[in-house]
Design a protein around this ligand. Structure first.
Ligand code: HEM
Ligand code: HEM
Length: 543
C-alpha cells in the first residue's frame, strides 16, 4: 500500500480548516483581526490599567496559596527574629511567612502592592484623559458610568487588600472604616455589627474581607472591565481629528498584526516595570508595624494614596455635631459629612457629568472626534477645579507628616487645608480658563502666520524678520480651530540645528507614514471587507 507523504508545511492550514469546519470561527475571527484602532499615546492609559489588573490577578492568586485568612491567635515562630514568640493573628503570621519564608513571596507581595498603586493611578489618569478630551460624550456616557463604578470598586479592592495582613497599619485603617460606618444615622450601628460580627474588631472581619477581596471584588471587576472593553469595541474608539479622519470613520491600525503585537509588547513593559519595582523598592514593610492591637495607634499612619483624599477630608472637618431633638436627642457625628456625604456628592456629580454637560450645551449629537482641552475652556476649567480640590484633600491626608517634616504646626496645616479647599479650586478654574483662551489665541496666530522656524532673515532694506513656515491644509476638525498636532506641517529645509532636533527625534520614532487611504464614508463598503489592501493608516467605517 502506498503511504501518503506527510506534508508539515500544510499542517497549519489543514488544522485551521478542521477547526473552522467544526466551529465556523473564520468569519468572526477575520472581523476581529481586521478591527481598526486609532493610535495615540493617551489611549495607552486605559491599557496600563488593564495590564496592571492582569498582574494583580496573577500575583494575587500566588498570594492566596499561602495567605491564611484567620484571626485565631498564634505564636509567631518564623524567620523574622524580632517578632519571634509574639502572639498575633494567623493572618499576620502568614503574611510574615510570605515575606520571609515563602520562596519568591516577598517580591510577589511587593509586586501585588505596587501593581495596586499603579492600577489606581492609571485609572485616575485614564479618567482625566477621557474627561479632558470629551471622550465621554454621546454615545459613550454608559462607558463613563461603568468607568466611575470601576474606580470605586478598585478603591474597595485596594482597601480590603490593604486590610488583609492585619498589621498595625491596616488595623488602624479598619478602625477608621468602622467609625465611618458607625457615623451613618439610624442604620450605622446595625451595619457595623453585621460586618464585624459584633463589636470592632471581632474575629471574622479578615475572613470576610478575604472572600470579598479574592472572589467578589475581582469577579465584579472582571465583569465590569469586560463590559467596558466590549463597549469600546462596539462603539469604536474615538480619534483625534486630522487629515482623513471624520466623525464617521476610524483611521488607525488593524488589530492583527501590528496592534496586537504592540499591545503584547506593552504588556511586557508594564509587567517588567512592576517586577522591577517589586524587586527593588520596599513597600508596606508590615514586619515593622507589628500585629494589630485595637488600643495601639501609631503616629504618621497613612493609607495608600488613593484613599488619602478621604483621610484628608476627615482631618479638615471641623468638630461640628448636629443634634436632632428626637427622644433623648440624636447626634450626627462630624465624621458623617466628610466620609459619607462628600463621597456621595462626588460620585453623583462625576457620574452624571456627561448628562449635565450635554444639557448645559444642548448638545445631543454623536461625537467620535476628540476635543483638545483648550478648545473647551469651561470643561477644562471645571476639571482643573476638581483636580485641585482632590489634591488639597490628598495633601491634607498627609498633613501630620508634612507638619513634622517641615516643622510646621499641625493646626496651621489643618487651617491651610480648610482655607485652601475653599479658595484654590475657584482660582484654578479662573487661571485654567484664561490659559485656554490664551492658547486658542496662539493657535489662531499660528494659523494666520504659520509656525516660527527660528530662522532670522535680513531683508535688503536692513530689517530682520523671522521666517514662518505656512501650514498645510487641515481637515476634519470638530468645529474648532484645528490644532498644530494634526496639521501635519513639513519641516523646512533650512532650520537651525537645535530647532531641527525635535522633528528629527520624532521622525526616528514615528517615521512619516504613508498617507491614509481615502476615508470610508458610510455609503461605501467597509474597508474590513478587503483587508489585503489595507496597510498602516487604514480606515474603517463606523456603521
Ligand atoms: C479598571 C479600570 C479601567 C480599565 C481597565 C479601562 C480600560 C479602558 C481601555 C483599555 C480603553 C480603550 C483605550 C483607551 O482609550 O485608553 C478604555 C476606554 C474608555 N474608558 Fe476606560 N478603563 C477603566 C476605567 C475607566 C474610568 C474610571 C473611566 C471614566 C470614569 C473610563 C472611561 C472610559 C471611556 C469613556 C472610554 C472610551 C474612550 C474613547 O473611546 O476615547 N474608564 N478604557
Ligand atoms: C484590583 C484588584 C486588586 C487590588 C487593588 C488589590 C490590592 C491589594 C493590596 C493593596 C494588598 C495589600 C498588600 C500588602 O500586604 O502589601 C493586597 C493583599 C492581598 N491580595 Fe490583593 N488586590 C487585588 C486583587 C487580588 C486578587 C485577584 C487576589 C487573589 C485572587 C488577591 C489576593 C490578595 C491576598 C491573598 C492578599 C494578602 C497577602 C498579603 O498581604 O500578604 N488580590 N491586595
Amino acid at each position: 500500500m502506498k503511504r501518503r507523504k506527510f506534508d508539515a508545511a500544510a499542517l497549519p492550514a489543514k488544522s485551521a480548516r478542521a477547526v473552522d469546519d467544526r466551529f465556523q470561527v473564520a468569519t468572526p475571527l477575520r472581523k476581529l483581526l481586521n478591527k481598526v484602532f486609532p493610535d495615540h499615546w493617551s489611549f495607552l492609559l486605559g491599557e496600563i490599567a488593564l495590564f496592571s489588573f492582569v498582574v494583580l490577578l496573577l500575583t494575587g492568586v500566588f498570594l492566596t496559596f499561602f495567605f491564611e485568612p484567620a484571626m485565631t491567635e498564634v505564636i509567631y515562630n518564623g524567620s523574622y527574629a524580632p517578632l519571634r514568640g509574639t502572639p498575633m493573628s494567623a493572618a499576620y503570621a502568614s503574611s510574615l511567612d510570605i515575606s520571609f519564608d515563602v520562596r519568591g513571596g516577598l517580591i510577589m507581595r511587593q509586586m501585588h502592592h505596587w501593581s495596586a498603586l499603579l492600577f489606581m493611578a492609571a485609572i485616575v489618569v485614564h479618567m482625566l484623559r477621557v474627561f479632558f478630551t470629551g471622550a465621554f460624550r454621546k454615545p459613550r456616557e454608559t462607558n463613563w458610568i461603568i468607568g466611575s463604578l470601576l474606580f470605586w470598586v478598585g478603591f474597595l479592592a485596594g482597601f480590603t487588600g490593604y486590610s488583609l495582613p492585619d498589621d498595625g497599619l491596616s488595623g488602624t485603617g479598619l478602625r477608621i472604616a468602622s467609625a465611618i460606618i458607625l457615623s451613618i444615622p439610624v442604620i450605622g450601628s446595625w451595619v457595623s455589627s453585621s460586618i464585624f460580627g459584633g463589636e470592632f474588631p471581632g474575629t471574622i472581619i479578615i475572613s470576610r474581607f478575604f472572600i470579598a477581596h479574592v472572589l467578589l471584588i475581582p469577579g465584579l471587576l472582571v465583569a465590569l472591565i469586560s463590559v467596558h472593553l466590549g463597549l469600546v469595541f462596539k462603539q469604536k474608539h474615538t480619534q483625534w481629528p486630522g487629515p482623513g479622519r471624520t466623525n464617521s470613520n476610524v483611521v488607525g491600525e488593524r488589530m492583527f498584526p501590528r496592534y496586537a503585537l504592540k499591545q503584547g509588547g506593552f504588556f511586557m513593559v508594564v509587567f517588567g516595570v512592576i517586577a522591577l519595582m517589586g524587586g527593588l523598592f520596599q513597600i508596606n514593610p508590615i514586619w515593622l508595624f507589628g500585629p494589630y492591637e485595637a488600643w495601639v495607634v501609631s503616629a504618621a499612619s497613612q493609607p495608600d494614596w488613593y484613599v488619602m483624599f478621604l483621610d484628608g477630608s476627615t482631618r479638615l472637618m471641623p468638630g461640628w455635631e448636629i443634634s436632632i431633638p428626637i427622644g433623648d436627642g440624636y447626634v450626627i457625628p462630624p465624621l458623617f459629612w466628610p466620609t459619607v456625604v462628600l463621597p456621595g456628592i462626588l460620585v453623583g456629580l462625576s457620574t452624571m457629568y456627561p448628562f449635565l454637560e450635554a444639557r448645559r450645551l444642548k448638545d445631543y449629537k454623536h461625537h467620535n472626534l476628540l476635543q483638545r482641552p483648550r478648545d473647551v475652556p469651561a470643561r477644562t476649567a471645571v476639571g482643573a477645579m476638581a483636580v485641585t480640590f482632590y489634591i488639597v484633600l490628598t495633601l491634607s491626608g498627609a498633613n501630620d507628616v508634612i507638619a513634622d517634616k517641615f516643622q510646621i504646626s499641625l493646626n496651621a496645616m489643618t487651617w491651610a487645608g480648610r482655607i485652601g479647599l475653599l479658595i484654590l479650586p475657584p482660582i484654578a478654574y479662573y487661571v485654567t480658563y484664561r490659559l485656554c483662551l490664551g492658547l486658542q489665541q496662539h493657535d489662531r496666530e499660528v494659523l494666520a502666520h504659520g509656525v516660527e522656524t527660528g530662522i532670522i532673515k535680513r531683508l535688503p532694506d536692513g530689517r530682520f524678520v523671522e521666517v514662518h513656515q505656512p501650514l498645510t491644509s487641515a481637515d476634519g476638525h470638530d468645529g474648532h480651530p484645528p490644532a498644530l498636532d494634526y496639521v501635519g506641517w513639513v519641516v523646512p529645509k533650512k532650520m537651525n540645528r537645535l530647532g531641527a532636533l525635535g522633528p528629527a527625534i520624532r521622525g526616528f520614532f514615528y517615521p512619516i507614514e504613508k498617507p491614509a487611504e481615502a476615508p470610508v464614508s458610510p455609503g461605501h463598503p467597509p474597508v474590513e471587507a478587503r483587508p489585503e489592501r489595507e496597510e498602516i493608516g487604514s480606515g474603517e467605517s463606523r456603521r
